[in-house]
Design a protein around this ligand. Structure first.
Ligand code: ZN
Length: 231
């Protein structure tokens, strides 16, 4: 799945959760910041790709980080795209607000800001750094984004894995185990990857159609939830 579809699907699921009251956020800035951060978090499992968007985000550090994680996690769409991978993303997100320095949860603030900047970069928006600084400032002065941060990362990374599972290549959910299919099929392959490939290959017309539909939903939900236009 392409980066923009990952980000749009993560943002769409986040807004749906806010819309249905599962995530109780009502003020406009927090809705905007958490949606942006979740869109960025929707890219995080691709930290296992040394030539992906994340690798090019803060070179050379991001490239080195991605190369190391790619090696540790067994390659692209392995460890970071598994149930264990999602668990690690959740654990990191849940523990990050507890790392305080002078009483400020800097780790969470930096991660939220990075995710926000990453989302802007994914959509080719100018000012990724400016956006990241703006998100960091808001997170610093308002505790709300940090309060919802674990959920933002958890939702974003989980939606990413579901998205890749809808493409033909699939994901190895059971990593580090490789449970080979007795009979290879599009749903379960000899490589151990599992898929429900309704979108075909990454970047297919079906995926592009889905991305457009998601974009309409995200725009509508943002307008509706932030109350700029009443329906
Ligand atoms: Zn992926």
């Amino acid at each position: 799945m392409m980066g923009y579809t990952h980000s749009l699907s993560a943002a769409a699921v986040w807004l749906a959760l806010v819309h249905h009251g599962v995530v109780p956020i009502s003020d406009r800035p927090t809705i905007l910041v958490t949606t942006l951060a979740c869109a960025g978090a929707g890219m995080l499992p691709d930290i296992d790709h040394k030539n992906g968007t994340i690798a090019h985000s803060i070179p050379p550090i991001s490239r080195w980080t991605c190369a190391v994680i790619q090696r540790i996690s067994g390659g692209h769409r392995q460890g970071t795209h598994s149930l264990i991978g999602v668990g690690i993303f959740w654990a990191l997100a849940l523990s990050s607000p507890h790392y305080l320095w002078w009483g400020v949860p800097w780790v969470s603030i930096i991660l939220v800001a990075y995710a926000g900047g990453l989302a802007l970069r994914t959509f080719g928006a100018p000012g990724g750094w400016i956006g990241a600084v703006a998100v960091a400032s808001f997170a610093y002065y308002s505790s709300q984004p940090i309060e919802f941060f674990p959920l933002v990362i958890g939702v974003g990374s989980s939606v990413h894995i579901l998205g890749d599972a809808l493409t033909r290549r699939g994901v190895n959910l059971l990593w580090p185990l490789t449970v080979k299919a007795p009979i290879s099929s599009i749903f379960w392959k000899k490589s151990g990857n599992m898929a429900l490939p309704i979108l075909g290959v990454s970047g297919s017309r079906r995926e592009q159609f889905l991305a457009v539909a998601l974009m309409f939903y995200v725009v509508w939900a943002l307008i509706s939830l932030t109350g700029f236009i009443k329906f």
